[in-house]
Design a protein around this ligand. Sequence first.
Ligand code: ACO
Length: 257
Amino acid sequence: MCAPCCHAPPGPAGSHAAARRSTGEGRRRNYAGRVPAPSPQTDARWAVLGAGGHARSVADVLRRSGKAVVAVSGAPSGPWPDDVELLADDAQALSYAQRHGAALVPGIGANHVRLRVVDRARSHACVPPVVATTATVAPDAVLGDGTVVLEHAHVGPQASLGRAVVVNTAAVVEHDVVVGDGVHVAPGAVVLGGASVGDLTLLGSGARILPGVRVGAGCVVAAGAVVIRDVPEGARVAGIPARPIHDRQAEQTEEQQ
Ligand SMILES: CC(=O)SCCNC(=O)CCNC(=O)[C@H](O)C(C)(C)COP(=O)(O)OP(=O)(O)OC[C@H]1O[C@@H](n2cnc3c(N)ncnc32)[C@H](O)[C@@H]1OP(=O)(O)O
């Protein structure tokens, strides 16, 4: 058992948001003991899954709260301090965490990869949520395994966030919002009261989701968009108010087939 969290084994993988909506149990199961208390963790050892730009931001969050980053995994996008062990891949990070009793935290930008890696890691080691010291999280908010709340972000009362979510720098997830697994709320994006965001969706930097609006799973909301009505699963929207945009890459692939 590792120092930073947790007593219970990880719960079954699946849609956190769906679990919460259907039973209300996801809230309690994910919350119990999982939000890191600041002091007991300061001596813990942490390995970051990933070694690129997002991993650096996550490592900064850990260091600023007094935690030791002992290892990162994957191809580094630049230099890491000498006392950080560079592990070849995520598999090595998982066995490193087991051997050294380190907690794991995802530092991977791509939503689907981050969620997959977190779900794999949960059966090997602790993957608790991480909250920056400058961020605020309401005591009754729920954060799933591997969710990271970065500097100056805010998560409001009764908000429920799934696994492997990123609430990036200065982003806001307001009260009663439900955020699925593997979602990225990019820097400065705001999800207003009672809205919901489906699994694996990217909310681009500075996007605004108005109160009660439902954004489906697998969506892309462009930077700066203002979403005033529900967005169906898999849609890409941009602008004020947000409207569907073309997915040129997907269209080109279809044309080539
Ligand atoms: C710490 C960090 O850095 S975290 C990083 C988080 N990342 C972000 O916030 C970036 C979010 N990404 C975006 O906003 C991108 O523009 C995307 C993903 C929405 C679209 O990117 P692409 O797939 O490359 O689309 P492309 O650039 O071809 O644009 C498609 C159409 O949408 C429009 N569009 C793209 N982005 C926007 C936007 N932010 N606002 C308004 N319109 C936009 C384009 O003008 C284009 O319109 P057209 O078909 O009329 O010419």
